[in-house]
Design a protein around this ligand. Sequence first.
Ligand SMILES: [Mn+2]
Length: 370
Amino acid sequence: MDADRNATAEAAEPKEQGVSARVQREAVLNLRRFIEVARGRRNPLVHLQHNPDPDALGSAAAVQALLRRLFGTEADLAYTGRVGRVENRAMLRHLEIMIKPSYKLDYDEYDMVVLVDTHPGAGTCRLPEGVVPDVVIDHHPSVKAMQSIAFPYYDPDFGSTSTMVGALFVENGIPMDRRIATALTYGIRTDTMDLSRGTSPMDEHIYREVYGRADKQILSRIERARVPQEYFVTLERALRHAQVTDFALTTYLGTIGHSDSVAEIADLLFRLEGIRWVMVAGHAGPTLFCSIRAAAGRDVRAGRVARKISDGHGGGHDTFAAAQIPIPQPDGVATEVFAETRERFLKAVRAKKSLTRPLTVPPDALTLDP
Ligand SMILES: [Mn+2]
């Protein structure tokens, strides 16, 4: 067995060396460009993706630590939306990551803006009108040009933004404390589903480095964070409303406390055997939030489906995506917008509507009321 493992390790080595040589070359150049832009700036701001996820939180905390180490400056971290998921709130607490609501800040007071885990023009970017970031660090596929950005560190080959920021540290020999290593580990882990989706060898390489330095106790505390009763109320509704149509599962959560619930439930329901597509929706205020999951395959483009069902108010990756659909005000009815969105989704993924069955309850018990 040990011999086997050694043989595998040897066979993997040349490829691994190629990857790490490339990552290192690029990380050296990227750090140089980052320093060129950041040098002399006394008051930097890191602006996060809307409704920041662990990848946004981890990479932002790491950029803050990088600026502190390079220039001795203290960057503020600004966010819009909410940090909803309990794991993500536990991450903020245990890793002492301080984020400030964007509306409380005066952007004129900052002399540099770094945008992380999103980019101008993306649905998840809520930079105030007129603010042009100096640096953009992101891995989300983009169709927008970034000519106006002094340093666009942008590469959709990476599985997470945390990998990209981690590479700046690791490949340039910049010391990283346990707190930041733990934050980046959790960022990479969640964005790539434990290195199983949208991952490149670069992610594996950087992950190994940061995981080695991470605080495993804290990681486990974050992952096993307690959930409020509300979570089970939402889960029950998700199961009751779930319908399996051919190879696609759809469900409606009714009113949700925070937009992360749709993603959380989508991940859970995607485990159903035989399913290739999942769409979970719920509404908060005048918006229907949708989360989409897809099994990887030829011509599978979840991001495109998200854009299609939302007339451009969505996007994402090939196997996971999200959309925010406005509910017409003042008379729009969320359940009707959901029913319409579901139709468009099933059409977009070409699921046969005649093959519809409820996931758990008999059809006559099906109602979209909460
Ligand atoms: Mn990300």
